[in-house]
Design a protein around this ligand. Structure first.
Ligand SMILES: [Zn+2]
Length: 377
């Protein structure tokens, strides 16, 4: 079908999110309330409206530094188990309300230890929040399965410790590992020992690469560290050239990424806001989709980028005229690329995602049906 999906259909379509930062997705009113409860007075605005506006201004930042400044304050109010659990619960509820049926949300536990929480306590608070949030969402009729990716900060030297924490909690809701933070100057091989440890432990991990730095970062992530997915990976286009007839010529690294079906966790709005890409319409996601890379669509930071999965899909529909078939393709790509066991990914694809899109397609023909929310196993 070629009909353009409506905003309402996009919201109701089952969606899968692999790249979302817990500290980038707080509700502004929660930031305001937690700051007040905790006597946190470093916020540059007071009251949830002003706080919302200040965070929204990050979308005009145009520089990574100004964009990243916002995280000082979200992390600033995430220093108690209660606060972290609340933020995680609201994250699960917000994603479920937006039609996300499966999510992997990432967080660097070392960021929440400023007031004495241990790394274990931070992880347990996140897991507790996700459990509570998913249960509350379910009671409201929105089913979501949500797991945690633990991040190490690439400028610090705690990657091995966080990798061990990932293995420790892998049967309790932690689904994998990542490194986050400044990419330029902190290549992934700096954390090589942690990646080698995770590989010996048969543990899944992704790496932020090809956002703030180019091909060498992507190459190290895949060929040295063994990343299963690439966080962003947008700069892989630097290894694609065009012949005079317009046909694309892939370099060896781009070919490898495509041949091995290495998932690209693309975050269009975030890339625009950090100045990586001039606009969504100029985002290489359309080219990479056309060339059949395993592209997925993600939010990165819902608060700082004023976005949601529905907004990201809506932008792509507006910019590239994508249909429900395209949105299903991105969604199935993401589900195939998740870090939960393969049989569980298949169950979500066959029992939730495909029936969900099929119902939306039939709606385009027969008109809306009362409730086609598919049951989630
Ligand atoms: Zn990210």
């Amino acid at each position: 079908m070629t009909d353009v999906p409506t905003a309402d259909q996009i919201r109701r379509a089952p969606k899968v999110l692999l790249h979302d930062h817990l500290d980038g997705g707080l509700r502004p009113e929660t930031v305001a309330e937690l700051a007040e409860q905790q006597g946190y007075d470093a916020l540059p605005a007071t009251g949830s409206d002003d706080i919302r506006r200040w965070f929204a201004a990050a979308t005009e930042a145009g520089s990574l530094e100004e964009y990243l400044e916002r995280f000082t304050h979200t992390v600033g109010v995430m220093q108690t188990a209660h606060a972290i659990s609340r933020v995680a619960a609201e994250c699960a509820e917000d994603l479920a309300a937006d039609g996300v049926v499966y999510a992997e949300v990432r967080y660097a536990p070392e960021l929440s230890t400023l007031q004495g929480l241990s790394l274990d306590e931070v992880v347990e608070a996140v897991l507790d929040g996700f459990r509570r949030g998913a249960a509350k969402a379910r009671a409201a009729g929105n089913r979501i399965r949500i797991g945690v990716l633990l991040c190490a900060m690439r400028q610090e030297l705690r990657a091995r410790e966080i990798a061990e924490l990932t293995v420790k909690y892998r049967d309790a809701g932690v689904v994998g590992f990542d490194i986050a933070g400044p990419e330029a100057g902190f290549p992934p091989t700096r954390s090589l020992e942690a990646f080698e440890y995770l590989r010996r432990e048969n543990c899944h991990f992704t790496i932020h690469a090809g956002e703030g730095f180019g091909l060498p970062s992507i190459w190290e992530s895949i060929q040295w560290c063994g990343a299963a997915r690439l966080g962003h990976g947008v700069r892989i286009v630097d290894d694609i050239e065009f012949a005079e007839d317009g046909s694309a010529q892939l370099g060896r690294l781009a070919s490898f990424v495509r041949d091995r079906r290495i998932p690209l966790e693309m975050c269009p709005r975030s890339n625009v806001h950090t100045g990586t890409v001039p606009s969504v319409a100029e985002h290489p996601i359309a080219l990479l989709r056309r060339l059949n890379f395993r592209v997925t669509v993600n939010t990165d930071n819902r608060l700082m980028s004023q976005t949601s999965m529905s907004d990201e899909f809506g932008d792509l529909v507006d910019a590239f005229g994508y249909s429900l078939d395209d949105l299903q393709w991105f969604t199935v790509n993401a589900m195939k690329s998740a870090f939960i066991p393969f049989d569980q990914r298949l169950a979500l694809i066959n029992e939730v995602i495909k029936p969900g899109y099929a119902a939306l397609r039939s709606e385009a023909v027969f008109g809306p049906v009362a409730d086609h929310t598919p049951a989630l196993a």
